[in-house]
Write a protein that binds this ligand. Structure first.
Ligand SMILES: CC(C)(COP(=O)(O)OP(=O)(O)OC[C@H]1O[C@@H](n2cnc3c(N)ncnc32)[C@H](O)[C@@H]1OP(=O)(O)O)[C@@H](O)C(=O)NCCC(=O)NCCS
Length: 232
């Protein structure tokens, strides 16, 4: 998805695990157990992008032309995974965008995947998640999520939206988070609504998507609304 999700320029109540500090989970690297600090939801955790994520995200997200065209406002073009223009490339930390890879907290038995011996001890990569167009003056940011096809429709997107809200509001002190998506993207809209986002408007046909113009919806959530859900 990168930071051009369908929307602007074009790119549930929090569970108890979110109410404390970012949790730790164990991860095995080259046979050695290490602790990594991650933002943890109920089903997924958000961590930094790893180089090994790039070819997977490139193949399953970018190279799926139809889905990518629905999730990103820019025209689809072929991009090799090792290109400096890959939307999944590793980047230096920036004030403008916060890039995560989302991993599963428990094995999800991805039916199509035969993990390598090394990968068996690693949390499964489920997709990408980001805050984009972070505006530190107005204290707002936009949410973007794109999951690998086999991990969609399993409640992970809803969980990731919640964790991004926790990060945006509690860790970063933002005041407003916004989600833009195509008006027929029921999964994204429901994931937003389950986390308290309100429908704020519909843009008429701002998006050219694989042969037709499409409407977009804007959803917003403010920090006090998020806080009220946390204490309920
Ligand atoms: C959009 C996306 C992030 C949502 O994550 P997800 O894990 O698939 O969604 P969830 O499983 O959390 O589902 C959220 C809700 O939508 C519903 N839903 C899921 N897929 C659906 C579909 N295809 N049609 C209608 N409703 C759907 C679920 O039933 C759930 O509702 P519920 O809580 O009442 O059960 C994910 O589907 C995805 O990556 N899609 C492709 C890329 C994309 O569209 N990204 C967003 C661009 S802005």
């Amino acid at each position: 998805m990168d930071h051009h999700s369908h929307g602007v320029r074009r790119d549930a109540s929090p569970g108890p695990v979110l109410s404390g500090r970012p949790a730790q989970t164990s991860c095995h690297v080259s046979g050695t157990a290490v602790q990594i600090t991650v933002l943890r939801g109920e089903k997924t955790a958000l961590r930094a992008r790893h180089e090994s994520d790039i070819p997977v995200l490139q193949a399953e997200l970018h190279d799926d032309v139809e889905t990518r065209s629905r999730a990103d406002s820019r025209p689809w073009r072929p991009i090799p995974p090792d290109s400096p223009h890959s939307p999944y490339r590793l980047r230096e930390p920036s004030d403008d965008v916060v890039i995560f890879s989302a991993v599963a907290l428990a094995p999800l038995h991805h039916p199509g995947a035969q993990p390598s011996l090394e990968a068996r001890d690693q949390p499964e990569l489920v997709g990408e998640a980001l805050l984009w167009a972070v505006d530190l003056h107005n204290r707002l940011a936009h949410i973007g999520i794109s999951l690998r096809p086999a991990y969609r429709g399993r409640g992970l997107g809803t969980d990731i939206v919640r964790t991004l809200c926790d990060y945006g509001f509690r860790i970063r002190g933002l005041h407003r988070l916004q989600i833009e998506t195509l008006a027929d993207n029921r999964a994204m809209i429901t994931a937003a609504e389950r986390n308290g986002f309100r429908h704020e408007g519909t843009l008429r046909q701002p998006a050219w998507v694989a042969g037709a113009f499409a409407d977009e919806v804007i959803y917003g959530l403010l920090a006090p609304e998020w806080e009220a859900r946390r204490v309920d």
